[in-house]
Write a protein that binds this ligand. Structure first.
Ligand code: HEM
Length: 739
């Protein structure tokens, strides 16, 4: 600021020389001003690092070694480096200037330094001089200067960090909220299971993250599937805030533009803030009322309301702190999980390895738990490797500001300089990481104990995606635990495969976090289909099996092949490979014209088909329905064969509640009797008994639809002919399943 005033005085001084001139010479005066201003701008611009550094160095009496860096353009400096993928552009500029350790550049009147070196990064982030954040108009506009992230370094900021560390981020509190994360994971799994084909996963992840934060901060539980209007409103507030805060605001660096609000940032902030105030204030008031009645003390709002003495926050400050928690905790976790799933789809071999680890550590008969994480070395390595190649904050999200003059890497850095760490560039530096472009989770498991114990929490600046030092991310343990647990669950429950239509695109877009530019579209095949019965099973796509997934089949496994025609090319190619595995082979077909597979299968189930319901006899409506019904039939038979009690089933089943048991029965029953099934018409127990009779005792019997009146309404006269005993070995592994 001081330097700007001096400039003005200089120019005014020049103007005073012309005060006696008449208006005819106005053009001359203006031209002189312009020339003087241009000459000065060019002088400043001539310095390494561009105009802002030039202005400082020009006036500094004590000469010091200049930090190397691009000059950019006169006046605006290197503004172009900070738009779009700034981390890529800064890395390229540093390489070009030979300034990877420390590079200076200017954006308008702001002096920047940036490092792509882990040692210099440590020097900056761990120095108390860089414990402040640079002023951002949008952060002020959105009240964040009264929350942790942008509060100036001092007593207020320290108080907020202490409160958050004690009541929200300490290990005890993180453990106490495990149930909540687990419930949300279950809801995610249910939502994903409803998508048999391609689907974009981002919306589900964002809903889950937002729901998790709303639960921790506001104490409110929401169902992911039925997003309430309140949650939708908050989701919009968060994404609008993200968009505003993620934008490079020209007037932060060219203050003379501030009055124009060219990017509409000021006006967007002033529209958003009243909405945020109203939303959060309503929740605070609800908590105040509830507190007087039942003295609750559950969530972060209650914690803030219970503060007393010097820690007590005004309602306005409380809104800022609560809003920031929701804001910061939502997108970061969702963005990270989306990158992890994208990598799993692109690297099926790595996904298979983590599946193997899940089978070994967890097994298929139960859900993944948070306590499993510590035994899941490979899963943790995957998360670290994704943080390395796709750090959600490649420039560590929010920069640091030098509070006073200091020295970095031997260079003088004046107070008021903004410092950044290009973490993205460090993690891709071949001098820091071997084969940095390769996606190799093994680097965190194989070589030495040091690799396996590598901490991403800020002690080693070769990979510090959560920052380091005084202003390190306070939510790092919570964020990492949530992301690892949810990824573990999603991988345990599903095999993630490429969409048939939308390829995985690793292009990035840098907003406040660095997201996938094109949201990930995937297919999720359930891995634990019969698992709720306590049987290890998984669905195996024949094409993926041919590409290596067949490794999941071990001797004594049973493989069930579903094919309408017994002539499906990929299945026929697969059969000889399966035969070498000593696997019990079962075929399930509806048309047996050529019978390629029958001779080699140990058991053949024929579900004859007279015709498809499709008027053109093309779409496989009847045959697939018949196969599904058969699958349900076998499932129920297996329940009896295993003597599964209702309680056992509830503990195995995804949600593990009575509601789910009746849903399962209801779903099956309505399939048989048609959509208008009424519970009074027929009981689930009756149907179960009937199925037991037909299937368990079905050896050598010919069961027709006449025996099964409930089928007739759906399947229109096709005959179901069960020609095999359903005597599955209890505890066998079932591959190539699908009901
Ligand atoms: C994958 C998840 C996350 C990532 C990658 C991440 C990353 C970061 C980074 C790089 C910083 C800047 C650190 C620095 O300047 O050294 C930061 C700051 C911060 N993060 Fe996180 N974060 C994550 C999750 C969370 C969560 C879950 C919360 C809270 C609920 C949170 C709250 C904050 C806050 C309040 C700050 C500002 C700290 C300060 O200025 O004192 N973050 N985060």
């Amino acid at each position: 600021m001081g330097s700007t005033n001096l400039d003005n005085l200089w120019v005014l001084g020049l103007a005073s020389k012309y005060k006696s001139l008449t208006s005819q010479n106005a053009i001359l005066v203006f031209g002189s001003f312009l020339m003087a201003w241009l000459a000065l701008a060019l002088c400043y611009w001539a310095y390494p690092g561009g105009p802002a550094w030039g202005r400082y160095l020009w006036k500094r009496s004590k000469k010091s070694k200049a930090i190397p860096g691009p000059r950019g353009f006169p006046v605006i400096g290197s503004l172009n480096l900070m738009v779009n993928l700034a981390h890529h552009k800064l890395a390229a500029a540093a390489e070009w200037c030979g300034a990877k350790r420390l590079m200076a550049f200017s954006v308008g009147e702001t002096r920047f330094i940036v490092t792509s070196d882990p040692n210099v990064a440590k020097e900056i982030l761990n120095s108390s001089v860089f414990a402040d954040r640079p002023v951002k108009e949008s952060a002020y506009g959105l009240m964040f200067h009264r929350a942790i992230g942008f509060a100036p370094y001092g007593v207020y900021w320290r108080t907020l960090r202490r409160i958050a560390a004690t009541h929200m981020f300490c290990p005890k509190q993180i453990n106490a909220t495990e149930g909540q994360r687990s419930e949300i994971a279950t809801q995610m799994v249910s939502m994903i299971a409803c998508n048999p084909g391609d689907f974009p996963v981002r919306d589900i992840l964002k809903r889950a993250s937002l729901s998790n934060m709303m639960c921790s901060v506001f104490g409110q539980n929401y169902n992911l599937a039925t997003f309430s209007t309140e949650t939708q409103e908050l989701s919009q507030l968060v994404s609008e805030g993200y968009d505003i805060l993620g934008k490079l605001n020209w007037s932060d660096h060219l203050p003379w533009l501030a009055g124009f609000d060219l990017q509409k940032i000021k006006s967007r902030c002033s529209t958003l803030v009243p909405r945020v105030n109203q939303f959060v204030n309503r929740i605070i008031q609800e908590h105040k009322e509830a507190q007087t009645s039942d003295q609750r003390n559950h969530d972060f709002v209650d914690v803030l309301l219970s503060l007393d003495g010097p820690d007590k926050l005004s309602d306005k400050d409380m809104i800022a702190v609560l809003w920031e928690m929701i804001f910061r905790g939502t997108d970061t976790v969702a963005v990270l999980i989306e990158w992890i799933l994208a990598r799993m789809v692109l690297h099926p071999d790595i996904q298979s390895k983590v599946h193997e680890e899940l089978d070994r550590v967890v097994g298929r008969s139960r859900a993944f738990k948070e306590s499993d994480i510590q035994s899941m070395v490979y899963l943790q390595a995957i998360v670290k490797e994704v943080l390395r190649v796709h750090p959600p904050g490649p420039l560590l999200s929010w920069a640091r500001l030098a509070i006073e003059d200091t020295t970095v890497d031997g260079y003088h850095v004046p107070a008021g300089t903004t410092a950044m760490v290009n973490m993205w560039s460090i993690t891709r530096d071949p001098q820091v990481w071997s084969d940095p472009q390769e996606f190799m989770p093994e680097r965190f498991v194989s070589k030495s104990k040091e690799d396996a114990d590598f901490s991403v929490l800020g002690s080693d600046l070769r990979l510090a995606p959560f920052g380091s030092g005084r202003r390190t991310c306070p939510g790092k343990n919570l964020g990492l635990t949530t992301a690892t647990f949810w990824v573990g669950t999603l991988l345990h429950e599903f095999e993630w495969v490429k969409s048939d239509h939308t390829p995985v695109d690793l292009s990035e877009v840098l907003k406040l976090s660095c997201e996938m530019e094109n949201p990930l579209t995937v297919k999720a095949n359930p891995r634990r289909t019969l698992v709720s019965l306590g049987i290890s099973s998984s669905f195996l796509s024949p094409l993926n099996a041919l590409h290596g997934d067949i490794g999941i089949l071990s001797p004594y496994a049973a493989a069930v092949l579903f094919s309408k025609s017994d002539n499906t090319e990929e299945l026929l190619r697969l059969i000889p490979c399966i035969c070498t595995k000593d696997v019990y082979l079962v075929s399930l077909t509806s048309i047996q014209e050529q019978c390629f597979s029958l001779p080699v299968c140990d058991m053949n189930v024929h579900l004859p088909l007279e015709r498809e319901l499709c008027p053109f006899d093309l779409t496989s409506i009847t045959s697939t329905t018949t196969q599904m019904v058969f699958g349900d039939t076998v499932t129920i038979a297996l329940m009896a064969a295993r003597n599964l009690t209702r309680d056992e089933y509830s503990t195995n089943h995804l949600v593990g509640s009575d509601r789910q048991v009746s849903y399962f029965q209801g779903q099956t029953v309505s399939k048989w009797v048609g959509g208008n099934w009424s519970p009074d018409e027929i009981t689930a127990e009756q149907i179960e008994q009937e199925l037991m009779r037909q299937v368990v005792d079905g050896k050598d019997r010919k069961v027709t639809f006449d025996d099964f009146p409930y089928y007739l309404r759906l399947c229109g006269g096709s005959r179901l002919w069960v020609s095999v005993p359903v005597g599955f070995e209890v505890g066998c592994r079932v591959g190539l399943g699908g009901w």
